[in-house]
Ligand binder design. Structure first.
Ligand SMILES: Nc1ncnc2c1ncn2[C@@H]1O[C@H](COP(=O)(O)OP(=O)(O)OP(=O)(O)O)[C@@H](O)[C@H]1O
Length: 433
């Protein structure tokens, strides 16, 4: 089983989505199930409703999963297994106060060394532990040997016991810390491959050490994907960045298929530039992913979105634009030279259908054309339409074309009227109302 494990701490961004997509693709390739695990143990950072939003986004992208679990639901296992570790002397009660730990941190800083726990409580006798009447955390003992693992993308890693340290697994309130809950859950759900962002590389030896200590010997494969950076700030994308939020991109009119295409293409060797997820499942290889971080390039996404919009079925596009007429889908595609999203196409359509004022400098001509069209019979062809208006109004040349374009499209430039007309001829009454 594979897993995608988001925290419900903000809007899902495209860095998170890329991880979800790669897990989905690999679950299909390996013919294994995908688990969604909502990592909600850090109560203070959780935001109400974000879990539901994440699941809605996964559905929108057709990322199908076998089940959803909430990490907080496994508290009893986290605690039970911590007791097991304590009884086996692989973990110990730590009574060190926050103040003392802060002092150790300060000392390490002064010496230019990384902070490590000094091991004081590791050697307390059982009797001493029983006699101390103070709150305690549970720490796992650091490993005796180096923790090694191979990342399928980044190669071999080797961490000394000093790197791993004796770290807290249960807090004072006996809730699990991030690494502990994560390691236990990956074991409980029989996860075979962990695909996540490289911000988790340093967590991996700790999580392996926890499972080793619990006697779990099934090897889990690891893939740490490069981080996607915010193009403007050059920093790791965060759930607080609006313009990388998946919700925002969808609201702007980017198609899920295009966003997925962009995210799989980004920093990857692919046989073509434009593809669907189903196609990507055919040829996807972890080893083709670049190990360097990538910047989110919205212009590239706009280009890919245009391509997917142009490939959409006309009726489907029209429905996405709020109509149910394939002619409107065809019309929408005409605007793809200048529009890249559903929202931008919709803006052009709105200009056609909203009530017009008057074309500047051609007020009289505009009125004449409007009146003429209001009384016109149904005209099939644009050449005939021009002829008809000229016959009725004597307008021609610039005096005909400028106001006519304005009357039909609500603007002074854009695709050829002869290209637009076939798709709007059925709506003429509405357009000149
Ligand atoms: N900028 C990023 N690029 C690529 N992957 C990322 C990025 N940020 C997070 N991830 C990955 O997204 C997955 C879900 O993580 P999580 O929900 O904790 O997101 P987060 O953005 O790190 O959240 P928070 O900012 O609240 O810690 C993890 O596998 C994480 O490694």
């Amino acid at each position: 089983m594979l897993r995608f494990a988001p925290s419900p701490t903000g809007d899902m961004h495209i860095g998170n989505l890329r991880v979800a997509l790669f897990n989905f693709i690999m679950s299909k390739k390996l013919n294994e199930e995908l688990l969604i695990r909502i990592e909600d143990t850090d109560k203070e950072r959780n935001i109400e409703g974000k879990d539901k939003e994440i699941l809605e986004i996964l559905n929108l992208f057709s990322i199908d999963y076998a089940r959803v679990v909430y990490q907080s639901g496994n508290l009893k296992y986290h605690q039970k297994l911590a007791m097991q570790l304590m009884s086996q002397k692989k973990a110990f009660a730590c009574f060190c106060s926050d103040e003392k730990l802060e002092e150790l941190r300060e000392d390490a800083k002064k010496e230019g060394k990384p902070f490590r726990y000094d091991g004081f409580c590791a050697s307390l006798s059982d009797q001493a532990v029983l006699e101390v009447n103070a709150p305690f955390t549970v720490r796992i003992k650091k490993p005796d040997e180096n923790i090694k693992f191979t990342d399928l993308l980044k190669g071999d890693f080797d961490y000394s016991p000093f790197d791993v340290d004796s770290f807290i697994i249960l807090r004072h309130d006996k809730t699990p810390t991030y690494n502990y809950a994560c390691a236990v859950d990956d074991m409980l759900y029989d996860i075979s491959m962990i695909i996540r962002g490289e911000d988790h590389v340093s967590n991996t030896p700790k999580q392996i050490h926890i499972r080793n200590s619990l006697g779990y010997d099934k090897e889990i494969k690891h893939v740490h994907l490069p981080i996607i950076l915010n193009a403007a700030t050059g920093k790791k994308m965060s759930k607080r960045d609006n313009e990388s939020s998946v919700k925002w991109l969808i609201e702007q009119g980017f198609l899920p298929v295009a966003i997925a295409n962009y995210l799989v293409l980004l920093g990857n060797k692919t046989p073509s530039e434009i593809f669907t997820l189903e196609e990507a499942i055919e040829w996807f290889e972890i080893s083709n992913i670049s190990t360097s971080s990538a910047k989110f390039d919205i212009d590239k996404l706009r280009f890919i979105n245009r391509k997917h919009l142009s490939m959409l079925d006309d009726l489907r596009l029209s429905k996405l634009l709020g109509f149910a007429d394939e002619q409107i889908g065809k019309l929408g595609k005409l605007f793809l030279e200048e529009a890249s999203t559903l929202k931008e196409i919709k803006e052009k359509l709105d200009l056609i259908f909203t009530k017009k004022q008057s074309c500047e400098g051609f007020e009289e001509e505009t009125n004449k054309i409007m009146e003429c069209l209001k009384n016109a019979p149904f005209i099939e062809d644009f050449e005939e339409l021009k002829k008809y208006i000229t016959e009725q109004t004597s307008l021609k040349g610039k005096n005909l074309f400028k106001p006519l374009r304005y009357v039909l499209t609500g603007r002074e430039n854009g695709p050829n009227l002869s290209d637009i007309y076939p798709f709007i001829k059925n709506y003429l009454g509405e357009i000149v109302k």
